[in-house]
Design a protein around this ligand. Structure first.
Ligand code: GLY
Ligand code: MN
Ligand code: MN
Length: 460
């Protein structure tokens, strides 16, 4: 290429622009109007109160990539550390918390920390309240410096003391606790204001996925399916568990995923019976099974897939028998599904509407354990969990057993783990309840039956 003076000028200009412009996140975002609508929906739940939540912080010397707080990301799509979000819920004149006739309009403010150019040399450029067009870039109505947050909160409460009883914050947020302590001191009170659990309010929204979220979840599934297919090719006697995890990780990253959705579980032989085994240090041996519970995260949305495969490509009779019991237990749960009636995660195994009960009853009435006993006791975890921005999505914030409805995304993952025989089998697929109430298997393109798995391994 001939380097002309014009080319050099253009390159210099490009370099100057790149150096001055903060890097925008590489994550695939939803339209800013979507995040705005979520904040407005949260505002409606506040009954005229205030919500305050904080972004995840960034450590200077970290061994993992920055991951935004899930609720913060859901509400903003903002992927920078150290920010705060305040939402003031609208109130009509009549039910204004002030007890006056004045109405309170909806208000939303993103608070950004001041840029620290020294830290940015390590972790990359950020935006702050002074960044040009930051309101447009963030999509939030107002953007202020983080240092203005305590003063604004004080001002709002001073103008309307009833607001102090209508605060919602995230539990276990040290920053929220500090802010509330400070606010109490400001008003000469001994105790900080009592707050509502903001994470529960946001969970009610996060539980039903919108079409944009479903598209991202499908991309996570797609890359995870490719990773599992790579696993079929990589698993072989004398290969290490870690080599399998590594081969899958490469495929995820080649396909736009930013990280695993959880630490990959590649458990061979005896390790197949440890539910969340993650040391991945063993060398797989001929004749064993390997449980591969490994999937990735695409633009903050998770996938969670498990396939159990024979290390040498062929199930023994006993391995096949247990595999088929797990497969048929999952099938029974899927076939029993009725939107608006079926429930997820019921440890009691007594509720006939719970998918757990259906799968458990199948497992407990088919096959036998090593001493001739029913197999139910060899399945010791729940049938599944919600999935979304977190692999175990809004797990502690919602009430299980959860009634399953359109727009919900969750796993169905029965298993049987028999340490006495070094046989562990888990089959985990991710499902969306479609608008018509039918289940959509997000990893339908991946082998499910023992025979499909053997055929896929033979093709390698
Ligand atoms: N991968 C963790 C789980 O299946 O819940
Ligand atoms: Mn799972
Ligand atoms: Mn899993």
């Amino acid at each position: 290429m001939r380097i002309t003076r014009l080319t050099l000028t253009a390159l210099a200009l490009l370099f100057a622009i790149t150096a001055l412009t903060p890097a925008l996140s590489a994550l695939e975002k939803q339209p800013t109007a979507t995040y705005h609508a979520r904040r407005a929906a949260l505002g409606e739940k506040l009954q005229g109160g205030i919500a305050i939540l904080f972004a995840a912080e960034e450590s200077e010397l970290d061994f993992a990539s920055y991951r935004q707080d899930p609720d913060f990301y859901y509400l903003t799509g903002w992927n920078e550390p150290g920010a705060a979000l305040m939402i003031l819920g609208p109130a009509k004149a009549a039910d204004s918390p002030m007890g006056t006739t004045e109405a309170q309009p909806y208000r939303e403010i993103l608070f950004l920390p001041n840029r620290n150019l020294r830290v940015e040399r390590y972790t990359g450029a950020k935006m702050d309240a002074a960044t040009p067009n930051v309101t447009t870039l963030s999509g939030v109505d107002e953007v202020m410096a983080l240092s203005d947050l305590p003063a604004l909160l004080n001002k709002l409460i001073a103008a309307n003391p009833a607001l102090a009883a209508r605060l919602a914050t995230e539990p276990d947020s040290k920053l929220a606790d500090t802010l509330l302590d400070w606010t109490a001191i400001t008003f000469s009170q001994h105790h900080p204001p009592h707050t509502r659990d903001l994470s529960k309010l946001v969970a009610e929204l996060r539980l039903i996925k919108d079409p944009g979220e479903i598209a991202l979840l499908k991309k996570a599934s797609y890359a995870s399916i490719l990773g599992q297919r790579e696993m079929f090719k990589t698993v072989h006697p004398d290969v290490t568990e870690l080599a399998v995890a590594g081969a899958m990780t490469k495929v995820w990253m080649d396909n736009g995923c930013e990280r695993p959705a959880y630490f990959p579980i590649v458990g061979s032989g005896p390790n197949s019976t440890t539910l969340h085994y993650s040391e991945n240090s063993r060398t797989m041996r001929d004749g064993e099974l390997v449980v591969v519970d490994a999937a990735c995260e695409y633009s903050m949305y998770a996938s969670d897939i498990t396939r159990t495969v024979p290390v040498n490509g062929h199930f023994t009779d006993r391995q096949r028998e247990i595999y088929n019991i797990v497969y048929n237990a999952q099938k029974a749960a899927i076939e029993s599904f009725v939107s608006g009636k079926s429930k997820l995660l019921d440890w009691s195994h007594t509720d006939p509407d719970a998918l757990d009960t259906v799968a458990y009853n199948y497992i407990n009435t088919h096959g036998k354990g090593p001493n001739g006993e029913p197999l139910g006791k060899y399945w010791m975890h729940g049938i599944g969990h919600m999935m979304g921005i977190d692999v175990h999505d809004v797990y502690t914030q919602i009430t299980y057993p959860a009634v399953l409805k359109p727009g919900m995304v969750f796993t169905i993952e029965p298993g049987v783990y028999i340490p006495e025989e070094n046989i562990g089998v888990r089959l985990e697929c991710d499902f969306l309840v479609g608008e018509d109430g039918k289940l959509i298997d997000l990893d339908a393109d991946l082998p499910h039956t023992a025979e499909e798995i053997e055929a896929a391994m033979k093709a390698k």
